[in-house]
Design a protein around this ligand. Structure first.
Ligand SMILES: [Zn+2]
Ligand SMILES: [Zn+2]
Length: 341
């Protein structure tokens, strides 16, 4: 089968085409697993963190990709409740132990044995992949493969982030960074919290005008002060500076939710932290880690109910390097998806 392989860790600056198109053996599902013929796989910023070594794969080479939609081609020897031919999705959570204190309390995203799709196990930048049947989700019919793919990470983790803000209808929400996840959160907020105003902080003018098109009340640069203090802010940027800026924009008692698996360089920005301006008055910071199966299921049903269609930019499997490079260099409007035939 055709697959895009990551064989070594390097920065995109030094190596702008980190994935190699290769012909590899088709995987064989284990007893509890299913074989999926991949139709589409979303491209996520986390792939850059894997490629550049901030959250390195536990084995190399690896097939990246953790927003996978496809059809079940075969089931393992134990059989499955999922029928051959069904359309399913796979998300970042490939597996968790099922027995630890986190798994037993619905916090499987925090499991120490958490395995990530496309980082610890081969993912969806390929014609086929395997998944555990308990970690595959039915995809609502209203979505095409390419529309459904970004819902599995950008959308579902956006949903988790929004939940963790504790936002109430009518409170003001900030979004710092406006990529695949941010644009889906904005659409979700318009539906679920009709009286909430959304303020967007983004470096690129294109992202800011996209945010206004989608119904933000204000969009400014990352370093611009918001016209009002904000009750919650969700950060989806890879940097530190927006964190400091967001804390200054936060209302007393407000919460900053950081939806990023890793942060990059600019740590010196943290030296600007001034306790009375950025932290005092009971401001909170919470990070979002991974995702649970119930996040994915709840979000997919919400997305179907509200007909949440992401804006997608489609690339062929062999164009994965191009899509990643655009993501790295900030050419973003909505979500990037590989369509695989
Ligand atoms: Zn992701
Ligand atoms: Zn566990």
């Amino acid at each position: 089968m055709r697959a895009m392989l990551l064989e070594r860790i390097s920065s995109l600056e030094e190596n702008p085409t980190p994935l190699r198109a290769a012909e590899v053996a088709e995987p064989v599902p284990g007893p509890d697993e299913i074989l999926i013929q991949v139709g589409a796989c979303g491209v996520c910023h986390t792939e850059l963190d894997e490629i550049e070594g901030r959250t390195p794969p536990s084995q190399l080479p690896i097939v990246p990709g953790h927003q996978v939609v496809g059809r079940v081609e075969a089931v393992g020897s134990k059989g499955s409740t999922i029928q051959i031919g069904n359309r399913v999705g796979v998300a970042w959570i490939f597996s968790a132990c099922g027995a630890c204190k986190f798994c037993l309390t619905g916090n499987e995203n925090l499991c120490r044995s958490f395995e990530a799709t496309g980082r610890d196990v081969n993912g969806g930048y390929a014609q086929y992949m395997i998944a555990a049947e308990n970690f595959a989700y039915a995809i609502p019919d209203v979505f095409s493969d390419a529309q459904a793919a970004p819902l599995l990470c950008a959308g579902a983790i956006g949903y988790r982030s929004l939940r963790l803000t504790g936002l109430k209808d009518g409170q003001r929400l900030g979004l710092t960074g406006f990529g695949a996840s941010g644009h889906l959160v904005l659409k979700m907020v318009k539906y679920r919290y009709p009286n909430t105003e959304v303020y967007v902080f983004a470096r690129s003018a294109e992202e800011r005008s996209f945010a206004m098109e989608l119904g933000a009340v204000w969009a400014g640069n990352t370093t611009e002060p918001a016209p009002h203090k904000l009750d919650s802010i969700i950060d989806t940027t890879p940097a530190w500076e927006p964190i400091v800026e967001a804390l200054a924009n936060l209302e007393s008692g407000g919460r900053l939710v950081i939806n990023a698996i890793r942060k990059e360089g600019d740590k010196q920005s943290l030296l600007k932290l001034d306790y009375p301006v950025h932290l005092w008055l009971e401001k909170e910071i919470k990070s979002v880690a991974n995702i649970t199966r119930s996040d994915v299921k709840e979000f997919l049903s919400l997305a179907a109910e509200m007909n949440l269609k992401p804006e997608v930019q489609v690339f062929a499997l062999e164009q994965a390097n191009e899509a990643l490079f655009e993501l790295k260099t900030g050419k973003i409007r909505g979500a990037k998806v590989l369509k695989i035939d």
